[in-house]
Design a protein around this ligand. Structure first.
Ligand SMILES: Cc1ncc(COP(=O)(O)O)c(C=O)c1O
Length: 402
């Protein structure tokens, strides 16, 4: 797997996805980055009967499973409403569109995330302002956020409108500080929880930590479907109605006579909703098993390498277990040689992507993001990763550390 491939959503290569297991002799000692096969085996009957149910009733768009999933997600996140959509990127864009955010507006976004976070902002015509991260959490640095808001205000060219924190690798961002900063400056918060659904902060589930939170059901996410999907979570029923309108071309609810706003075509397929309903039942147990795997890693790596931070008030969804290593390329090569899947999230911070050059002050402008992108490495992580596999990954890792 080349470095550039791992910049995208987790690529589906033999070392990175257990589903392509061929049964060949040399496959048996392989430790993939992600293995979804055991989960499917556990949920096979449940998924099968829900999928057959959809094929039987034939309501492939906005079928009863979609509504049932929205209600189950709202209950799980303890929010008033959930609106499912076609993918996590659309969810972010819809959240911004509903606020009327567009050309001339500034949206402050973590500089260390998947390109989708910036893409959603740019698709509205607004300008992303990249914010540096904290070196231990890899999440938006509230102090840098404050400084950049002040600079944009002093500059006077853009109208500050919203903040988009990202819960990287499953760890919720510092919402206490970020929500307070937003309130002080009159900004709206759109939480990009694509990687963290299932986690908690101060006992509150992800989904209810900001006025609107979005997630992704891309197959590799902690709650992943068998295709694309996403959702918006909110306690504001008026906003939810606007989200439902935008996901269907801007038609008002139940009225197809005239579109009242600009919209997208972005609904979650009923088949995906059925699959997600089955997987949602298993989510809590799976997050617990990810936590057990993370603790196993910690036990082998603590004191030898910088391990992921786990604040007392936070439960990560552990979409990735990511470490910092100085000699990353050597470590990765050794892992590949040992048939262990790894990934680099992210090879470049957002401001270093050629497509974002116009919104960037170039190298040196987000020093923490830049340093982390040179050292970050994600190790195998999924609910069925056992201790023996973790031990082998750590043995290989520790044997090649500088
Ligand atoms: C942080 C982040 N934001 C947004 C997205 C976009 O989600 P999707 O791929 O469902 O469009 C992803 C993942 O893919 C992500 O990791």
């Amino acid at each position: 797997m080349s470095t550039s491939e791992s910049e995208t959503n987790t690529p589906l290569t033999p070392l990175n996805q257990g589903h392509v297991f061929t049964g060949a002799e040399e496959e048996f000692d392989r430790i993939p980055l992600l293995d979804l096969r055991p989960q499917f085996e556990r949920l096979r009957d449940e998924i099968g009967s829900l999928v057959l149910g959809v094929l039987d009733h034939g309501q492939f768009i906005k079928g009863p499973e979609m509504l049932e999933l929205e209600q189950a997600l709202a209950k799980r996140a303890r929010v008033a409403d959930v609106v499912t959509v076609g993918n996590g990127t659309d969810a972010l864009q819809i959240a911004l569109m509903a606020e009327g955010i567009g050309p001339g507006d500034a949206v402050f976004v973590s500089g260390f995330t998947y390109v989708a976070s910036a893409g959603a902002i740019l698709l509205t015509g607004a300008t992303p302002v990249f914010v540096d991260i904290r070196p231990k959490t890899f999440n938006m640095d509230p102090d840098d956020l404050e400084a950049r808001i002040q600079r944009v205000k002093a500059d006077g060219k853009l109208n500050p409108r919203a903040i988009m924190p990202v819960d990287l690798f499953g760890l919720p961002a510092n919402y206490e500080r970020i929500n307070a900063i937003a309130e002080e400056h009159g900004l709206f918060v759109v939480a990009d929880a694509a990687q963290s659904f299932g986690g908690t902060l101060d006992g509150h589930p992800v989904g209810g930590l900001a006025p609107v939170s979005t997630t992704s059901f891309y197959p590799t996410k902690p709650l992943g479907g068998y295709g694309d999907g996403g959702a918006l979570f909110t306690n504001d029923l008026d906003r939810a109605e606007v989200y439902r309108s935008i996901r269907e071309h801007g038609f008002p609810l139940g009225d197809r006579t005239g579109a009242v706003r600009l919209g997208l075509n972005s609904r979650l397929d009923t088949l995906q909703a059925a699959i997600l309903l089955a997987k949602l039942q298993a989510l809590d147990g799976e997050i617990y098993r990810r936590e057990v795997a993370a603790r196993a890693y910690d036990s082998y790596l603590k004191g030898k390498i910088e391990i992921p931070i786990r604040p007392d008030n936070v439960m990560s969804a552990w979409s990735q277990y990511s470490i910092r290593v100085k000699n990353r390329d050597k470590v990765r090569a050794a892992m590949t040689e040992a048939r262990i899947g790894t990934a680099v999230y992210y090879v470049k911070p957002l401001h270093m992507h050629p497509a974002h050059a116009a919104y960037s002050e170039g190298p040196g402008s987000l020093p923490v993001c830049e340093q982390i992108s040179k050292e970050i490495l994600s190790l195998p992580m999924h609910p069925d990763l056992d201790r023996a596999a973790v031990e082998r990954v750590c043995q290989v890792l520790l044997s090649v550390l500088d």
